[in-house]
Design a protein around this ligand. Structure first.
Ligand code: GLC
Length: 440
């Protein structure tokens, strides 16, 4: 990309972020996602650090205003304006005694990208400022990781998700499989066969803004809502939910890979301000690293998510490549993953990387998380490739990602076969990570 093209891409990305800026935080996309989302703001701050480091700090700190007293960082912090009352009432976070006063949030979390965001923003600060900022943020970050272990660790050492939303890859095949297997109400089966699901279109915000073929089906949307309702009835109390035959309990591969990396970064942050992690969490973190190996399937040579029953969910997705980002697999294993990444029937497409391998029965190039390319996934995988010294592969992925955004705009996701844009236009993390790729 020549300098003029890079400059015009940068200006486009900047305009997207400006357009979505609500003062203290940036929304993912004005119409479709009008609140603050957890991992979105983490990716956004990684772009913002190149523009204005204080604004990037603010993006992270405004996430922490939603942190619950038990340490959980919720996946959505709602705009309190009464016009969003319906969203507030769907979640009713106030039912849980740990929810913050005066801030309306969801009752679930999302992939723990917080530590990465804090480190990346910190890299742009002067040493003394960085240390004092880390010292201020550290207790919150530690409390979040402690909550994950206290509330969500399974005996295997991995973290359990209670709803597909927590994976951030809401409509990914393993999440859909798990909800269909275990959290599919009988009445939904009736609705599905009788095709009486259409009235749902009247209340779905997403299909008002995006072609329905690019979103989840109505019956899936209802199942997601029913599961949310079940969790809300238990006030989002993880212990209560997990001790009463949970409907959805997933040891999600992507989430746990991101956590492994986040744990390492949490340790780095602690060290840089002269603190030691409490022994119990340090132990639990080691346990998670070791447990990643239990998700490996020797026969197919890849990692899979797992149901609480102990069965692997044999649905391959882009998460297959995230152990590169986790950074704890051997070089040999990393090479096997890179081989998969380069295979035509798997992840090699003209506009990489597809969120589901092209050969998979679940592959759909337009449906969100079931095939399209996402810039945040590319960013994570580039980071992993780089750390395992696959410099050329990382560089090639970066070039192709930038070209795709330059040609089609800052969309939520892209068709991996022809690059055509899909989902919400003017999507913030696509813009922010584009800025990061251009600047690093
Ligand atoms: C979609 C994505 C999720 C993201 C949210 C807001 O639900 O699946 O990862 O955080 O939109 O952008």
């Amino acid at each position: 990309m020549n300098d003029a093209d890079a400059k015009s891409l940068f200006d486009h990305a900047l305009a997207v972020l400006h357009g979505n800026d609500r003062g203290n935080y940036i929304v993912p996309a004005g119409d479709l996602y009008p609140h603050q989302w957890l991992w979105d703001s983490c990716f956004i701050s990684i772009g913002l650090r190149h523009l204005d480091v204080e604004r990037a700090q603010q993006e992270i700190e405004s996430l922490l205003r939603g942190q619950w007293a038990n340490g959980m960082v919720p996946h959505i912090i709602f705009d309190p304006h009464p016009r969003h009352r319906r969203d507030h009432n769907i979640w009713q976070s106030w039912l849980n005694p740990h929810a913050p006063n005066g801030v309306i949030t969801s009752g679930l979390t999302q992939p723990p990208m917080l530590a990465e965001a804090i480190i990346r923003v910190g890299q742009k600060m002067k040493l003394v400022d960085r240390r004092s900022w880390y010292a201020k943020i550290y207790p919150h970050l530690l409390a979040y990781h402690q909550w994950l272990y206290k509330d969500r660790a399974s005996d295997s050492g991995l973290i359990i998700l209670l709803h597909p939303y927590e994976s951030g890859m809401d409509n990914s095949p393993p999440e859909v499989y798990e909800i269909r297997e275990h959290a599919w109400p009988w009445w939904l089966k009736l609705l599905e066969v009788s095709r009486l699901d259409w009235p749902v279109n009247l209340v779905r915000r997403d299909v008002r803004h995006v072609p329905p073929g690019q979103r989840m089906s109505n019956v899936n949307a209802i199942a997601y809502w029913a599961l949310l309702h079940h969790l809300r009835n238990r006030s989002y109390d993880s212990h209560d939910i997990l001790s009463h035959k949970p409907k959805f309990a997933l040891e999600d591969l992507a989430f746990n890979c991101i956590l492994i990396r986040a744990n390492k970064l949490l340790k780095d942050i602690a060290k840089s301000i002269g603190k030691e992690l409490p022994e119990d969490i340090a132990e639990a973190m080691k346990h998670t690293e070791e447990a990643l190996d239990t998700l490996w399937d020797e026969q197919t040579c890849r990692y899979y998510s797992r149901c609480l029953s102990g069965d692997s969910i044999y649905e391959a997705t882009i998460a297959t490549l995230l152990p590169l980002y986790a950074g704890v697999v051997t070089q040999k294993r990393a090479e096997e993953l890179v081989r998969l990444m380069k295979k035509r029937t798997q992840f090699r497409t003209n506009f990489p990387l597809p969120s589901v391998p092209t050969i998979s029965h679940s592959f759909n190039p337009e449906k969100y998380w079931q095939g399209p390319t996402w810039v945040n996934m590319n960013w994570l995988i580039m980071d992993g490739l780089d750390r395992y010294s696959f410099k050329l592969e990382a560089e090639e992925l970066k070039k192709k990602t930038l070209k795709m955004v330059a040609e089609h705009g800052s969309y939520e996701y892209f068709n991996p076969l022809d690059g055509s844009p899909a989902g919400a236009p003017n999507f913030s993390w696509t813009a922010a990570l584009t800025i990061d790729l251009l600047k690093s």
